[in-house]
Write a protein that binds this ligand. Structure first.
Ligand code: FPP
Length: 255
């Protein structure tokens, strides 16, 4: 008698570091902004592919707190792409069950971008098929500091022992979002770059040389196939994990 198959759970939440837009453009002798424009078009494809594969949460690293230091023409190209994306995609998102949220300190953006963010968030707030979070002017360390500050302000009489993991989690942008199962970074670098530092404690990390503008549905499937081979132990032993995921396991003595 064959053993019941243990189905590796699929990724419920995928986080993406979309790197390599500049190099994609350079290879084609195009300005870096053209790489970002292609990257933005790729975002649409990947969201669609994720929705088709029943991924419920997608988080994209669109602009880090450090990206302000880039040449000003590149920063403004990224800002106008972000605005264009918010304006042009809001209806599609609303009509396709996608809830959009922006993680990060939005007060640094222009009034026009802040208004577009507010409109996109409010008009998609009732959606539940796919939760898309765009990290913009986001930094993982800043997010944690802000969470601690908010908690301390709300609990002025607390002692150090009152502070725990739940206290932080309650004040992160991701408070009602499960931690990422899979983090995909394109563009060949193997680092986290201050993205979702708290949330990626047990995330499977996938690094690929593929540049973001070339990362399509096929590349996503390759990453998901790799994810399916991972055994997620969350600090436990391999034996404990396989017992828990397959409690009715038929041993050869019983079979
Ligand atoms: C990294 O590539 C990418 C960024 C800093 C920006 C990512 C932005 C987009 C994909 C477009 C806008 C996003 C949305 C949600 C509309 P890089 O410039 O560091 O590439 P390089 O390492 O090859 O120079």
């Amino acid at each position: 008698m064959s053993m019941a198959p243990t189905h590796a759970p699929s990724a419920q939440h995928i986080a993406f570091i979309m790197d390599g837009n500049g190099r994609w453009a350079k290879k084609r002798l195009l300005p870096r902004a053209a790489g970002h424009a292609k990257g933005a078009a790729q975002v649409r494809q990947i969201i669609e592919a994720c929705a088709e594969r029943n991924v419920r949460y997608v988080t994209l690293y669109a602009f880090s707190t450090e990206n302000w230091a880039r040449p000003s023409d590149e920063v403004s190209a990224l800002m106008s792409l972000f605005l264009k994306y918010l304006q042009s995609e809001v209806r599609t998102m609303r009509d396709n069950g996608i809830r959009l949220r922006v993680f990060g300190d939005r007060t640094a953006f222009s009034d026009e971008i802040q208004a577009a963010i507010a409109l996109a968030e409010s008009s998609t707030a009732g959606n539940d098929r796919l939760h898309l979070s765009v990290a913009a002017n986001y930094g993982g360390r800043a997010e944690m500091i802000q969470a601690v500050q908010t908690w301390m302000a709300a609990n002025p009489d607390a002692t150090p022992h009152d502070f725990d993991e739940r206290a932080i989690e309650a004040h992160l942008y991701t408070t009602d979002v499960p931690p990422p199962d899979l983090l995909i970074r394109t563009g060949g670098e193997c680092r986290i770059s201050n993205f979702l530092l708290w949330q990626t404690a047990y995330t499977e990390l996938y690094f690929t040389d593929t540049l973001w503008p070339e990362f399509g549905a096929k590349s996503l499937d390759k990453a998901l196939a790799w994810f399916a081979t991972r055994e997620r132990r969350f600090g436990k032993t391999s034996e404990q994990v396989s017992e828990a995921s397959n409690p009715q396991k038929i041993t050869s003595a019983q079979a």
